[in-house]
Design a protein around this ligand. Structure first.
Ligand SMILES: Cc1ncc(COP(=O)(O)OP(=O)(O)O)c(N)n1
Ligand SMILES: Cc1ncsc1CCOP(=O)(O)O
Length: 510
């Protein structure tokens, strides 16, 4: 196999150069920042200028021992003895390119579909450029963006067709905010086989500081590798031990937990967060999310009473949370109830990496594409799933996150490990917002959970803690109905001790 590190792949565009910088300078700085392969893409240069520019860039790439590929133009590649070419579906056919360049040169092929991937593999491509991932202003593309789920689909086919020998990057709209999410979400076969890298144009070419831009992208790539380690096989005893550690850690750290939540429950969620040991911040204004994100430890996003302004706030907060690797707990309230909500939630899941999705059976069922349990307003209707743990597991695998599906028993899965929580009290169903408070509880523990590299256990701790508080509240003699339960519920979140948590948690592994 040819030596080729595709992890951070720069495609040039001299039309985007920042003022005062030349193309070779930008390429040089980008390589210093960690770019591992360069493709010279000069769409408007005539042949003479293309060759002259290629020679200048080649002096830089050769010095750094980084391969230089030429976009589309075999004649230019041959003229300068480049390391290879990158060709698209409308360019010179792969077989002809191979016979002109010989077996040792690198040939990359752009693919958008499973069929194109199969053909490129059969034709002997060295790597694939799968795209477009997200919308981009750098190139006019014929088809809409595929999102990381579409990229995963093509990547899985390419791997199968090549018996796992082909390499690939994805391209289109990738930047420092979404690079880790793209790598994590597009990884094939239940997240086990990541792409070899990302290809970017504007994220580096248009940056006034290309070295820093490349460094930040590299940092995001290493975040994405570490995400693969967050889902080891777990044993029940180890989970209980970690759960106790996470519970104790929260009380000694007071994390700042930002909520963008609905207007029905906002006050209860803020109080629940405080009572559990967190510090709530309830801002949804998009303009302040960049600043807030530097201080926030965990983000809870709840779609209960969506407005356009709130959606903008969510998108901005989630984008910055992804940049800082801050855990996001998404509560897709009423996701199946209207087409609008479904579309907003699926766009959020396409664009941003979430650590946990928490929902009732109807909401999680909708995300699984199941019709067994449906939504009426914000409530799930129907007799329940024949196999609830499979639904939770399926959604966790699809979205590469932890899924908490609430109900009489609560299912928690990261796709690899699945647990059922048997704590809780039926009075939780008699007050509004108890589901939203589960989202708050999970979000409150999630910072401590990530510090222990255990998001699955963090979600378990959140749901156990709040369910135990409900059990304790319901037992109190002063609780005579939903109103007094609601106040007692918050009290008991505050009063819950580590010893009670340890002794009373009822978790079973499935
Ligand atoms: C790495 C990588 N992937 C895809 C493309 C797109 O190539 P193509 O389809 O040939 O389109 P143009 O680049 O020619 O506009 C690429 N250049 N690099
Ligand atoms: C060349 C190319 N091919 C598919 S999208 C694209 C441009 C990607 O540019 P950017 O990284 O700026 O979105």
């Amino acid at each position: 196999m040819k030596q080729l590190d595709l992890s951070l792949y720069l495609v040039t565009d001299s039309g985007m150069l920042p003022p005062g910088k030349t193309l070779p300078q930008v390429v040089d700085e980008a390589i210093q920042g960690g770019v591992t392969v360069v493709q010279l893409r000069e769409k408007s240069a005539d042949t003479g200028n293309f060759i002259a520019t290629a020679r200048l860039v080649q002096a830089v790439t050769r010095r750094a021992n980084v391969p230089l590929l030429i976009n589309d133009r075999l004649d230019v590649a041959l003229a300068i003895d480049a390391d290879g070419v990158h060709i698209g579906q409308d360019d010179i056919p792969l077989e002809e390119a191979r016979s002109l360049l010989g077996p040792d040169k690198i040939i990359g092929v752009s693919v958008q579909t499973r069929k194109e991937a199969e053909d490129a593999v059969a034709g002997g491509a060295d790597y694939l450029g799968i795209g477009t991932c997200y919308s981009t202003t750098t190139k006019q593309v014929k088809e809409g963006p595929q999102g990381p789920a579409g990229i995963r689909d093509v990547w899985e086919r390419a791997l199968e067709a090549s018996s796992h020998t082909i390499r690939a990057v994805t391209i289109g709209g990738i930047n420092q905010f979404n690079a880790a999410h793209v790598m994590n979400y597009s990884a094939a076969f239940d997240g086990k086989v990541p792409l070899n890298g990302i290809a970017v144009v504007s994220a580096i070419m248009a940056s006034p500081t290309p070295r820093l831009a490349a460094q930040e992208l590299k940092r995001q790539l290493s975040t994405s590798s570490s995400l693969l380690e967050l889902r080891p096989h777990r044993q029940l005893e180890q989970v209980k031990q970690l759960a106790t550690e996470i519970f104790a850690k929260l009380r000694s750290t007071t994390p700042l937990v930002q909520h963008i939540t609905n207007m029905v429950v906002i006050n209860d969620c803020a109080n629940a967060c405080l009572a559990l040991g967190g510090s709530p911040v309830m801002s949804s204004e998009s303009e302040e999310q960049a600043d807030l994100s530097a201080a926030v430890s965990s983000l809870v996003v709840n779609t209960g009473t969506l407005t356009s302004a709130q959606i903008e706030g969510m998108r901005s907060a989630m984008k910055h949370a992804n940049l800082h690797n801050t855990p996001i707990t998404l509560d897709p309230v009423a996701v199946g109830a209207t087409g609008y909500r479904s579309q907003i939630v699926s766009q959020l899941l396409c664009d941003f990496r979430v650590s946990v999705i928490k929902g009732n059976a109807g909401e999680i069922g909708k995300l699984a594409g199941s019709k067994e349990v449906q939504m009426r307003g914000v409530d799930a209707v129907g007799s329940g799933f024949a196999c609830p743990e499979k639904i939770a597991q399926q959604v966790a695998l699809r979205h590469r996150c932890v899924v908490v599906m609430t109900g009489a028993e609560d299912y928690v899965s990261d796709g690899i490990n699945t647990f059922v929580v048997q704590n809780g009290h039926k009075m939780q169903g008699q007050i509004t917002g108890s589901g939203c408070m589960v989202g708050t509880a999970i979000g409150t523990f999630m910072h401590a959970a990530l510090a222990c590299k255990a998001p699955l256990v963090g979600a378990l701790v959140g749901i156990v803690a709040i369910n135990l508080a409900a059990e304790h509240a319901a037992r109190r003699p002063d609780v005579r109905g939903p109103g007094t339960f609601r106040a007692a519920f918050i009290d008991e979140m505050h009063n819950l001790t580590l010893e009670q948590f340890q002794a009373e948690m009822k978790i079973k592994q499935l």
